[in-house]
Design a protein around this ligand. Structure first.
Ligand SMILES: *Cc1c(COP(=O)(O)O)cnc(C)c1O
Length: 392
């Protein structure tokens, strides 16, 4: 499967058929596996081969097919599939860090990622340095000889900041530090983590892989020795594995993901274009749009900025709430990458608990709105936005 293009890999990688020769991937809803003999059970616990399973918390045939497919799609050797994106983020970090280690992270992180780093890992004696991820000199200054790992979102949620991944990878690898990219917003279709040399890409498959707002899932992708070494050991003993039903729906969803993500990304650009002309809107942020201060960097890494944009509505929280409440097609919710368009007011929802000074640093103002473009016709979405803006 090595030389195939990603679109082909998203349909076929990792497929294995049972003795029935089924066309679509089978859903193995089983937590356990039967052994022919006690000797076989003993041998399997000693060392399981590729198609040998013990217990679904360790691995399951449907989950395994999904792991192979997503690893192939992102260009990594292997993958461990997880119960959610956060199970993947926290699992990868806990698997690879110990007390006394030093971590450098971009401060523009998803709220739950901030909690894992600043509350949990700090509590276990990991030293964290948070920096402005857009500033290459800040990475150079913060990465030390004893830095064990660096962490960032390739595109940050919800402010759509971009990091110069090649620069960070070079600086980290110079001191032997591992690079972990939270790749949720970049989308698996336009992901550049592998090309830029990130050691591990973590994705919330809840987002573009499921893409229809139904399933939770996550994936940790990287070199086989990392994934089947410390990552698998940590995940299988702490219970963060993906369940086979989620893996089966993800396999099904991957068949259409490329089409969905391309259409939704084009829709996000349409919305960014329409909004950047509007007098009541400022600060439209979409990575590959002309108005984004890091457009050149974004375009040097990927041809598209993904399916999400953000902007500010003049008039602060009151105006934002009036705008959100007046939308008819676009729903108020907090997921993104759903086929249905979603609007979020981060300051009062996903980032409600963040102290004001941190909100200020990250640019999460009371005027900020995040918009996830769905699969509806862009003309209808733009008309919905324009009529809602009239209410303010
Ligand atoms: C959604 C998200 C997560 C968490 O994923 P879940 O599947 O909701 O657990 C982590 N990081 C980023 C950047 C996300 O957008």
């Amino acid at each position: 499967m090595k030389d195939l293009k990603p679109r082909t890999r998203a349909i076929h990688s990792g497929s294995k058929r049972s003795q029935w020769g089924e066309m679509s991937e089978a859903m193995f809803l089983t937590q356990g596996f039967v052994y022919d003999s006690a000797e076989q059970a003993e041998a399997r616990f000693e060392k399981s081969g590729d198609d040998e399973f013990i217990y679904a918390r360790y691995g399951n045939p449907t989950v395994r097919m999904f792991e192979d497919r997503i690893a192939g799609l992102l260009g990594y050797e292997d993958c461990f599939a997880c119960a959610s994106g956060m199970s993947a983020v926290s699992g990868a970090l806990c698997a690879l860090l110990k007390a006394g280690d030093h971590v450098v992270a971009s401060r523009a992180l998803f709220g739950s990622c901030l909690y894992v780093l600043q509350d949990i890992l700090a509590r276990f004696g990991v030293e964290i340095t948070m920096i402005d991820g857009r500033d290459n000199a800040a990475w150079d200054a913060a990465i030390r000889d004893d830095t064990r790992l660096v962490f960032f979102e390739s595109i940050s949620n919800p402010t759509l900041e971009v990091v110069d991944m090649r620069h960070i990878v070079k600086a980290a690898h110079k001191v032997g530090a591992l690079v972990l990219a939270d790749d949720a917003m970049a989308t698996p279709v336009y992901s550049y983590a592998r090309d830029c040399g990130a050691d591990i890409a973590i994705i919330s498959t809840t987002k573009h892989v499921d893409g229809q707002g139904r399933m939770l899932g996550g994936a940790i992708c990287g070199a086989r020795d990392l994934i089947r070494g410390p990552v698998e050991a940590y995940m299988k003993h702490t219970g963060g594995a993906m369940n086979p039903f989620a893996a089966w729906t993800h396999l099904k969803a991957l068949e259409t993901m490329d089409l969905r993500v391309r259409a939704q990304s084009a829709g996000a650009m349409d919305l960014a274009n329409a909004l950047s002309q509007h007098p009541k809107i400022t600060n439209v942020r979409y990575p590959t749009h002309d108005a984004h201060p890091q457009q050149t960097l974004a375009l040097s890494q990927a041809p598209s900025g993904g399916t999400v944009l953000a902007f500010e509505v003049a008039g602060g929280k009151d105006a934002c709430f009036k705008f959100l409440n007046a939308l008819e097609i676009i729903k108020i919710s907090n997921n993104f990458a759903d086929a249905k368009s979603i609007v979020t007011h981060p300051a009062t929802t996903t980032h409600q608990r963040l102290p004001q000074d941190q909100k200020d640093i990250l640019g999460i103002s009371d005027s900020l709105v995040r918009l996830s473009a769905g699969l509806e016709d862009s003309d209808d979405l733009i008309a919905d936005i324009l009529q809602a803006l009239k209410v303010i």
